[in-house]
Design a protein around this ligand. Sequence first.
Ligand SMILES: C[S@@+](CC[C@H](N)C(=O)[O-])C[C@H]1O[C@@H](n2cnc3c(N)ncnc32)[C@H](O)[C@@H]1O
Length: 252
Amino acid sequence: MLESIKEDYILLNKKSWDEVAPRFFGRTALPVYGPFLPTENELNLFGNVEDKIVLEIGCGSGHSLNFMASRGASELWGIDLSDTQIETAWDLLSAHKSKLNLFQGPMEKNPGIPSEYFDIVYSIYAIGWTVDLPMTLQQVFSYLKPGGTFIFSWEHPLHNRIKQEGEQFVIKKSYHEEGPQQCEPWDLPAMMNQLKLSTYINELIQSGFQIEKVIEDVVITEEIKSGDSTVWYTHQKASLIPAAFIIKCTKK
Ligand SMILES: C[S@@+](CC[C@H](N)C(=O)[O-])C[C@H]1O[C@@H](n2cnc3c(N)ncnc32)[C@H](O)[C@@H]1O
């Protein structure tokens, strides 16, 4: 993709995220990783974060950073494209101002985040918005101390290829097709880079990460069945294919 097109997508997505942000405040935030995924309380992927320096990529309204604060992280850093999200995060985390650093900007570029500084870099349901995965992973790799951990969750690439039509599930797009596409569930213009699961895994390896765990488990509780599904994520569909995935890896 040409650099100018990537810049255009970033500008387009920023405009839309600034507008829709209030609809998403705290919606996908730790201990929740994403729809129908086991939670951090069950998985314990982060382990003990006490006195750890953490950075969130696509930190949104700051709810996951708040979770990190509640677990004793020593420094809270975040970057997000949207001014609306970053302003909300500053408000939400006002009690932790002395250990808080937030940046508005695209995850594909370093806005002044220190290198080899973080014990943990993580991203909860945001990394799939990158217009340049290799560039984003290069930044994440540089921020981490050697031996540091990177954990992220995102929508499973199968999810939007298969549509629910009544009681039928229909393959609407090829799994093999990658590239920018309009974010389907939105009525505002927003571009998402559609990638395969193998692309995430191979780009992580290419960037120098060692993969520790890939999780695509689905948890459907009776409570969810009784009406918590959204139109985009239904428990009927999640009972057949994963709605989301998590990858945990280490900087070698
Ligand atoms: C689903 S939200 C993540 C919510 C977040 N986990 C929380 O706890 O509030 C996705 C976030 O990605 C951000 N985003 C989208 N494209 C981005 C980019 N290129 N760089 C940085 N952030 C981006 C959006 O502004 C949005 O806040």
